[in-house]
Design a protein around this ligand. Structure first.
Ligand code: SAM
Length: 439
């Protein structure tokens, strides 16, 4: 049996888990990759799964135009396999004959030997006619940009001048960003280490004080100093949340939605390691990852499993100097990193999320000391979760004032309230930030 056909069969199963069973991708993919010996195989699997999910609806449109009738429910994995084959044919440089033969073999390996002829016929037809059919299908924006219609409409409504740029950026592979712990040496020094030890070159983007952007990805465990917290993997936009909060040594800080703790560790790094920090999250599973992150980076925080929107049940009455509210959100700013979001999120989720975000700000505001700062941030590009939440809050509270954030001035757009980075701006993820001061 062909090993690379086996890889395509695995890809089809992973894609089908997302598209047909609503499962999120990253944990499942990591598990399968962990069992693979060769880095090249791990990379190819990642490329096939991510790429197919990015372009699923466009490739599925192509597939439908070739199929007489839909693939039966019991054989849904074949649908994902053919989408994966079409994706490989139209987007990757694999020779045509290899795509056909590996995908046909994969259909057999998935337990559908009688479908081999159909898979073969579809891929061969696509070789001949695919480009022409796609030209027609691309008249429909939802297929051209491979986004669900509800999300495309929301983005078009919120960003009428640049909605297509956002959708295009969502379909590009994100660069590999690192955050260097400046307590342990400069980023220029670390870039030098990467060059000599790993043969990787990095750029040092001026607007992101601790960031390096690598020319290509690599296994995280191979990053020099990763185990001792010298470096972490974190997009530049996420790094700016810490810059907006500006934690200072000795301050009492609440990280209200903290897990898995990427920003928690950054706050400690920025404050020289000494903060009186409460890291709170309602997910015990994600808090486990936060604990591991703190262990790796060597910082000590109070960790609490609790509901940020109901502080009566956990707050000891001591005010916080700073609060970071990295709120649960639609994650529509990070689709380039998590293309499964296109499948997992529904239009109905947005008002529910906005309601929770508003409840959290309202509940946490009384915990802030006078003169203290609350930073509200999301990785969403939807106004309902960002400016609207903030403007509603400002309208009902007179002890609050918005703070200008010069640190964002070169990278984010100034909104009526807060700042927005759109996906791909400065090579970063889409993020929203606002800093509120208690008068
Ligand atoms: C955007 S993520 C936080 C990412 C984290 N700040 C980091 O940088 O690693 C949002 C988090 O909010 C948590 N969350 C959702 N609802 C919550 C609630 N009611 N109370 C506390 N945490 C909640 C989720 O479990 C999730 O970990």
């Amino acid at each position: 049996m062909s090993n690379s056909a086996g890889l395509r069969a695995e890809a089809a199963k992973l894609i089908s888990e997302v598209v047909h069973h609503g499962k999120s991708l990253s944990d499942n993919l990591s598990q399968v990759q962990a069992a693979m010996e060769r880095e090249a195989d791990r990379r190819l699997l990642g490329a096939l799964v991510y790429g197919s999910l990015r372009w699923y609806s466009r490739m599925d449109g192509l597939l439908s135009s070739f199929l007489g009738r839909p693939v039966p429910r019991k054989q849904q994995v074949l649908n994902s396999l053919m989408v994966c084959g079409l994706y490989e044919q139209h987007y990757l440089s694999t020779p045509d004959h290899a795509v056909v033969s590996e995908t046909v073999t994969a259909a057999r390996m998935l337990g559908h030997p009688r479908a081999a002829g159909m898979v073969n016929a579809i891929l061969r037809r696509s070789q001949r006619e695919g480009a022409k059919v796609l030209l027609e299908l691309d008249q429909q924006p939802a297929l051209r940009h491979a986004h669900p219609s509800w999300l495309l409409e929301r983005i078009r409504q919120d960003w009428p001048a640049c909605w297509e740029d956002i959708l295009s950026a969502n379909n590009l592979q994100a660069p590999f960003w690192l955050r260097v712990n400046l307590q342990q040496g400069s980023r220029a020094d670390y870039a030098g280490i990467l060059e000599t030890e790993c043969g990787r070159s990095a750029t040092l983007p001026a607007a992101f004080p601790a960031a390096l952007v690598l020319d290509q990805g690599m296994d995280v465990e191979r990053l020099p100093g990763f185990d001792s917290g010298r470096v972490s993997v974190q997009d530049g936009a996420a790094q700016l949340a810490g810059s907006c909060l500006e934690p200072r040594a000795g301050e009492r800080v609440l990280d209200a939605c903290a897990a898995p703790g990427n920003k928690t560790a950054h706050l400690f790094e920025m404050a020289g390691g000494t903060l009186d920090l409460l890291a709170l999250d309602h997910s015990s599973e994600r808090l486990e990852r936060l604990r591991k992150n703190l262990l790796r980076t060597g910082y000590r925080a109070q960790v609490l499993e609790a509901d940020a929107s109901a502080p009566d049940s956990w707050w000891d009455g001591r005010p916080f100097d700073k609060i970071l509210l990295d709120a649960p959100c639609s994650a529509t700013g990070v689709i380039r990193r998590h293309p499964d979001i296109k499948w997992l999120r529904r239009g109905d989720d947005i008002p529910v999320l906005a309601g929770l975000q508003a409840k959290m700000i309202r509940a946490l505001w009384p915990l802030l000391a006078r003169g203290g700062r609350l930073v509200y941030t999301t990785c969403s590009v939807l106004r309902e979760e960002n400016e609207r939440v903030v403007s509603d809050f400002l309208a009902c509270n007179d002890d609050v004032e918005e703070l200008n954030l010069p640190v964002l001035q070169d990278v984010a757009s100034r909104m009526q309230y807060g700042y927005q980075i759109l996906p791909g701006d400065s090579a970063a993820d889409g993020f929203y930030y606002v800093a509120l001061i208690k008068r």
